[in-house]
Ligand binder design. Structure first.
Ligand code: 8YV
Length: 330
């Protein structure tokens, strides 16, 4: 017993980035990446003062009731639908996420998925690896253009705006739908036009989803929405599993209701719905939109800053830079 507060980290994180934590905390970090079973989560949190958790770790009232010493939870992600913020606030536990540091990296990946799906990069590579390239038809492998087409963005927060700004060089027209319309100057900077959701569905050649997961957004794209899209359209989900009805999507892809899709997130991930594996016109990716070397380190560093700050240490002592429930530390 060294008298330091205890901190648990639910997944392996860059040792050098978390090094400053050792001066302040008695740190326990899970040595291997694995889904933490609920009973283990409760056990690990039972006598710690702080935790750094990932999106698979659900921190809710029943867990908090068994974590009497817990004062702060830092989430390794900008989305925090794994945290019950009301329960955390009620329990007097501060919480933080990792906004902004990942905007540009995630926007890069959204374009990578859009271009990859439009030009069938994944299917073409599979074909080569299968040793199938005996000859290639002049009218084979015909993909969709991205330049000069209409890109729709559903959810126009900071990541959506970063995606929109990239469209200029491609001369891609941008339309968007969001809970609230952007200020005029931001719309101008993004060269994006606000439309209602039906227009977005009907006019987008490529539709990128970047909205947060909330109960209201569950299956925001299901069979009825897919039916409103162009048969040539491509859907890209980099937001959260569950925003798209994956079964309805697999069906739409098989039927040609839409032309293609690219998914970085899945309902029930890390499991994929088997029907998605049966269709060829979908590019599948294991929730890695933020995974550039610099950005994952930046996310970890921001989580570290937040925890240190909550315990009166580090560059933002007393003021965690991305506190989600400010009332708690007041
Ligand atoms: C994950 C994300 O955090 O930030 C988010 O909300 O979904 C991602 O950046 C990342 O994949 C770590 O699990």
């Amino acid at each position: 017993m060294n008298g330091k507060p205890k901190l648990w980290i639910s997944r392996p994180v860059f040792e050098d980035v978390i090094a400053p934590l050792h001066d302040v905390f008695d740190v326990q970090m899970e040595p291997v990446e694995r889904p933490i079973p609920p009973a283990v989560l409760v056990e690990r949190l039972a006598d710690v003062d702080a935790a750094i958790v990932g999106l698979a770790d659900r921190i809710e009232a029943s867990v908090l009731a068994q974590a009497p010493k817990l004062r702060f939870v830092a989430n390794l992600g900008v989305g925090y639908n794994n945290l019950d913020l009301d329960a955390l606030t009620a329990a007097g536990v501060g919480a933080s996420n990792t906004p902004d540091v990942l905007n540009e990296t995630v926007a890069d990946y959204a374009w990578a998925l859009m271009l990859g799906a439009a030009r069938k990069v994944n299917a073409a590579e599979r074909w080569l690896r299968d040793g199938q390239w005996k000859s290639s038809r002049f009218d084979g492998w015909l993909g969709a253009d991205v330049h000069g087409r209409t890109l729709g963005i559903l959810g126009m927060g900071r990541i959506g705006q970063a995606i929109a700004r990239r469209a200029v060089g491609f001369r891609t027209k941008v339309i968007y739908h969001n809970r609230s319309r952007l200020a005029d100057d931001v719309e101008r900077e993004c060269a994006a036009r606000y439309v209602d959701k039906d227009t977005l569905l009907a006019e987008s050649d490529h539709l990128i989803l970047v909205l947060p997961f909330t109960p209201a957004n569950r299956h925001a794209i299901g069979a009825p929405e897919l039916a409103r899209m162009k048969p040539t359209a491509i859907l890209i989900n980099i937001a959260r599993g569950g925003i798209v009805d994956d079964v309805a999507l697999a069906h739409a892809l098989a039927q040609g209701t839409i032309a293609g899709a690219a998914l970085d997130v899945f309902e029930g991930e890390p499991a994929l719905h088997p029907s998605l594996l049966e269709v060829d016109n979908v590019l599948l990716s294991p929730h890695i939109a933020s995974a550039s070397r610099d950005t994952r380190r930046g996310m970890a560093a921001l989580a570290v800053d937040n925890v240190l700050a909550a315990f009166g240490q580090g560059p933002h002592a007393g003021r965690p830079p991305s506190l989600l429930n400010p009332g708690v530390l007041a």
